[in-house]
Design a protein around this ligand. Structure first.
Ligand code: PEP
Ligand code: MN
Length: 337
């Protein structure tokens, strides 16, 4: 339920309504709009009485909210959430570009790619130190040594870093190095990990599971938000369909739909979404045209030698072209890089 306060409601009246709802056994989420306060009610407290709430001073009306995600919903929080990462603002007018190799493979190689993507205009660095690989015999990532390389690259380039965490117990370690914690597609419904990320004092990039619905993605975000960590960035990275020509199918519908359903920023990963280097730039352009707030793109200085995902990694010069061509689409839709 949503309690809509009158535009002349006083702060004391707002607080009284919050106190009553909490006495009824529910949690509240206050959203202070430009003209009026909105109080989101979370939970089904046994004593919850909309009638009683409507009789309180300053209350205009109550509106039932049927959606199972509450804190993530636009109804509870009509304004866009902007996630600050250092000096960056994710979810505002500017498109945020995150780029780097699939995995951190070594110090020199990572620093080389990091410098390239910075020169091309990337705003953040990506690179996995803990890799969720289909085969246990494939390269699993460098672990903490990889995190140290990411931190060095951040010092050298001044760009914040996003990296995946797969295990709730490793959230404190990864948090001590990363600016943004990435929860990968395979872990979107790892509820222990979602709880741990909610408790972490870091923004979270939450990727859509390859077999997950949009509602399941939003419910996963709700786990993080329920801990009071409101810095969640959603990522559409393609879902599995019957189409074998591509690794996944980017659900472009998800971008404008998510922007309607939720206030959280939405980015797209055209690398995992397609699995093919030659499709990355066209899908990056389509994503920005559809309203995405940013992109996360795999770039490798020598993709033919990459230990993972070489076929979908752009060499640096192609990333430069991507930035130019995405910039033109951004301008066409009233946004900028
Ligand atoms: C990644 O971005 O490194 C990754 C493994 O992606 P996903 O979780 O979307 O497969
Ligand atoms: Mn990858």
């Amino acid at each position: 339920m949503l309690v809509i306060m009158r535009s002349d409601a006083t702060p004391v009246q707002v607080n009284n309504v919050i106190a009553l709802i909490e006495q009824m056994g529910c949690q509240t989420h206050l959203s202070q709009g430009e003209n009026r306060a909105l109080i989101g009610v979370i939970g089904n407290g046994d004593a919850l009485s909309a009638d009683r709430i409507r009789q309180m001073g300053g209350v205009e009306k109550t509106v039932p909210v049927q959606k199972p995600f509450k804190r993530a919903s636009r109804e509870f929080h009509p304004e866009d959430t902007i996630v600050p990462v250092g000096d960056l603002r994710i979810g505002g007018n500017k498109i945020v570009l995150m780029a780097g190799p699939c995995a951190v493979e070594g110090r020199d190689a990572f620093l080389e790619t990091a410098q390239h993507v910075k020169t091309s205009g990337a705003h953040m660095l990506r690179g996995g130190a803990f890799k969720p690989r289909t085969s246990p015999y494939s390269f699993q990532g460098m672990g903490e040594a990889g995190l140290r390389i990411l931190a060095e690259a951040r010092r050298e380039t001044g760009l914040p870093v996003v990296t995946e965490v797969m295990d709730p117990e490793l959230v404190p370690l990864v948090t001590s190095y990363a600016d943004v914690l990435q929860i990968g597609a395979r872990n979107m419904q790892n509820f222990a990990l979602l709880h741990a990320a909610g408790r972490a004092q870091r923004p979270v990039l939450l990727k859509r599971g390859m077999m997950s619905t949009i509602e399941e993605l939003l419910m996963a975000a709700e786990y993080i938000l329920s801990h009071g960590n409101e810095r969640v960035i959603l990522c559409e990275r393609g879902i599995r369909t019957f189409e074998p020509y591509t690794r996944n199918t980017v659900d472009i519908n998800a971008v404008p739909l998510l922007k309607q359903l939720t206030h959280l920023p939405v980015i797209v990963d055209p690398s995992h979404g397609t699995g093919k280097r030659e499709l990355v730039t066209p899908i990056a352009r389509a994503s920005i045209a559809a309203g995405a707030d940013g992109l996360i793109v795999e770039v490798h200085a020598h993709p033919e030698t990459a230990l993972s995902d070489g076929a979908q990694s752009l060499p640096p010069e192609q990333f430069t072209e991507l930035v130019d061509s995405v910039g033109a689409v951004a301008a066409a839709v009233g946004r900028s890089l």
